[in-house]
Design a protein around this ligand. Structure first.
Ligand code: HEM
Length: 612
């Protein structure tokens, strides 16, 4: 026997092999020898239940000399401490590992783990196929991640593949089973079945918007909350917002035309800024300082970026969700401040100057049972309760969140479509000059906006052709019989999608063309006869609460732009290619160039002014 090796008797507790074998103690720890099987791999227990493979193999039949044969007596103490430690560990393991496991070999453990993994992967495929039933969609799902790569780089073309594969189709991402509805019938059915499905947004939304935000309510609590908020979008309320909107449009138009650019440049971001400032001032008036508005505007992009379908699950510093949460906290400070200040002003009976004021005034009126023609009995019932500053702040946050991306997308395409169709832009101008009596600086009112029939048709058509929101994820609360042949299992994601309804040639002949006239062809036109297809703002209990305001904003901004500015669009190969960042944008960012448009002579006929 080589010096300094210490043979251990069979089944000696110092042997750390799992299961035990003979061992030889060397200074580096235990090295097994004389296992029953030649060339048996040796495992060294590091922690109870966790074994690490030791590269040493036992020589055939005999004892392997300890590699530390040069060890001296000085190492004896180290060996003893190691031996004592191993003994403690082994005793502990012996007490926690069932006796039956002591006879399992290392290979058996490896095979068991492998078999388990293979079974789980096979099970994943079986479960996917059972849930999928007869629906079109991939026959097998990519193990564990499913269509994760597609969700990281979403494209309209890939979505269209799914939409066109059937009115219901299936896929899976990270083991979330997904049913995609693309027909008007099934899309509307999902949106209108609150007992079966509820909006679920993306996983990060609750972290970013706060778990207790009203947008995550469902059923009666949700219906009640909405009743209180409807008062913010009546025509009286919209009339209050109009002058605020116009002032901001003019400020931004001034900026865009102050130093004319020689080349068209991507305008997506300036359009986002116009939208954000409009929303902030309409929602919060002047309760937010210039610097606060700038901070919210600058940081809002962080929120958009965090709302991807799949995100790093923990909001650790440096992650997108973490940054979005910080942006939300900063915005919330301003929104709560708005609520507090507005409460003070409204209590003094001062003038309503923004949406928050309108809401607080409605609450005071409801509480004092004061005459307010905007309030029905149900709304009064809801509004008499005292909404805290935080609750009001969260509603403002939800409005900003729900509106910002959709409005920016809608506005970007509106400018692009009109520049690409000068004849249609000319007609918009003609209508605008006629309504404004050629006075391009005159403020608009609710009455004048009412008269903007052609401009409204243009906005409607632009939103149809390029709907900002392609789909809304819902969650099946229980098994959901969407069609007579297919029931989506409880817990699956069911996604109503709007594109096919909005491009259905039966409702919209030549569906890929920009034809605002289709909205003006009377009650017998296909568009008028198929109102159910127009799903730009969703449908059912969660349909867009801000749709009237959104339409008013887009109509008035484009109306004002048409008489105050000329603009060109530089078409590129990517102008028609859709880029998806929560909502949709032209992939080239919409290259636009603006210049000031001189006011026409006051006596020029509208058609002449428009042609100038
Ligand atoms: C062009 C602009 C807009 C588009 C295309 C749009 C579209 C949508 C869509 C598709 C939904 C989901 C509907 C559903 O699940 O059935 C929605 C919900 C919502 N929208 Fe909009 N939206 C726009 C502007 C706005 C604005 C300006 C606001 C607020 C001022 C707003 C506030 C909301 C809210 C709060 C919800 C959730 C409603 C609920 O869950 O009850 N949206 N929107």
């Amino acid at each position: 026997m080589a010096p300094n090796t210490r043979p251990l008797p069979r089944d000696n507790p110092l042997c750390t092999c799992f299961p035990r074998c003979f061992g030889t103690l060397g200074p580096g720890g235990l090295i097994c020898a004389s296992c029953n099987w030649p060339s048996r791999p040796v495992y060294r227990l590091v922690l109870p239940g966790l074994s690490v493979r030791n590269k040493k193999h036992i020589g055939a039949g005999g004892m392997l000399p300890c590699p530390y044969t040069m060890a001296t007596d000085a190492t004896q103490q180290v060996w003893d401490s190691v031996a004592a430690l191993n003994s403690t560990i082994t005793d502990h393991v012996a007490s926690v590992v069932p006796k039956s496991l002591h006879d399992i070999s290392g290979m058996q453990v490896v095979f068991t783990v492998l078999a388990l993994a293979v079974s789980l992967l096979a099970m994943e495929q079986v479960v996917y196929r059972v849930k999928k039933g007869g629906l079109p969609g991939p026959a097998w799902t990519i193990p564990l991640i499913g269509k994760f790569a597609d969700s990281l780089h979403p494209s309209l073309e890939k979505y269209q593949e799914a939409w066109n594969s059937g009115s219901l189709s299936a896929t899976s991402v990270f083991n979330i089973f997904i049913v995609i509805a693309s027909s008007t019938e099934y899309t509307r059915k999902i949106l209108n079945s609150p007992m079966h499905a509820e909006p679920c947004l993306v996983a990060s939304a609750k972290k970013v918007l706060c778990h207790d935000n009203w947008v995550f309510l469902n059923g009666k609590a949700h219906v009640d909350y909405r009743k209180g908020l409807n008062t913010l979008f009546t025509s009286r309320a919209l009339g209050i917002y109009l002058p605020i909107q116009e002032a901001i449009y003019k400020k931004h138009f001034q900026l865009w035309t102050a130093s004319p650019k020689s080349e068209a440049e991507p305008f997506m971001l300036p359009l986002r800024h116009l939208n954000l400032e409009t929303s902030l001032r309409v929602f919060c008036g002047n309760y937010i300082s210039e610097q606060g508005a700038k901070q919210i505007s600058d940081e809002y992009w962080l929120i958009t970026m965090a709302l991807e379908l799949v995100n790093f699950p923990f909001a650790l510093p440096g992650t997108k969700v973490y940054r979005a949460i910080q942006a939300r906290k900063n915005a919330m400070k301003w929104f709560e401040h708005t609520a507090a200040e507005s409460k003070k002003r409204m209590a003094l009976g001062e003038e309503v100057t923004c949406l928050t004021d309108a809401w607080i005034r409605a609450m005071i009126d409801a509480r004092e049972d004061r005459n307010n023609e905007d309030l029905g009995a149900e709304q009064r019932r809801v509004l008499v309760r005292d909404f805290s500053n935080r609750e009001i702040g969260m509603v403002l946050l939800s409005f900003l969140f729900a509106s910002q991306d959709a409005m920016s997308s809608g506005l970007t395409y509106l400018f692009q479509h009109l520049a690409d169709h000068p004849e249609i832009l000319r007609k918009v101008r003609e209508e605008q000059y006629a309504i404004r009596n050629n006075d391009v600086e005159a403020p608009v009112t609710m009455d004048t906006v009412e008269k903007m029939t052609y401009t409204r048709a243009v906005v409607k058509e632009s939103l149809r052709l390029k709907p900002p929101v392609l789909m809304v994820p819902y969650l099946a609360r229980q098994a959901f019989p969407i069609s007579k042949d297919y029931t989506a299992p409880k817990g699956s994601m069911v996604i109503p999608s709007f594109w096919n309804s909005l491009h259905d040639p039966a409702a919209y002949p030549s569906p890929d063309e920009f034809l605002p006239e289709r909205w003006l062809e009377g009650p017998d036109s296909p568009a008028a006869k198929n109102p159910k297809n127009y799903l730009v703002f969703g449908n059912g209990p969660h349909n867009c609460i801000g749709k009237e305001y959104a339409m008013q904003h887009l109509v008035t901004v484009i109306g004002a732009a048409s008489v105050l500015m000329n603009w060109e669009h530089k078409r590129t190969d990517l102008s028609e290619k859709v880029m998806i960042i929560a909502t949709i944008y032209p992939t080239d960012g919409a290259c636009l160039k603006f210049s000031r448009r001189p006011a026409p002579p006051m006596d020029a006929p509208a058609a002449v002014a428009a042609a100038m």
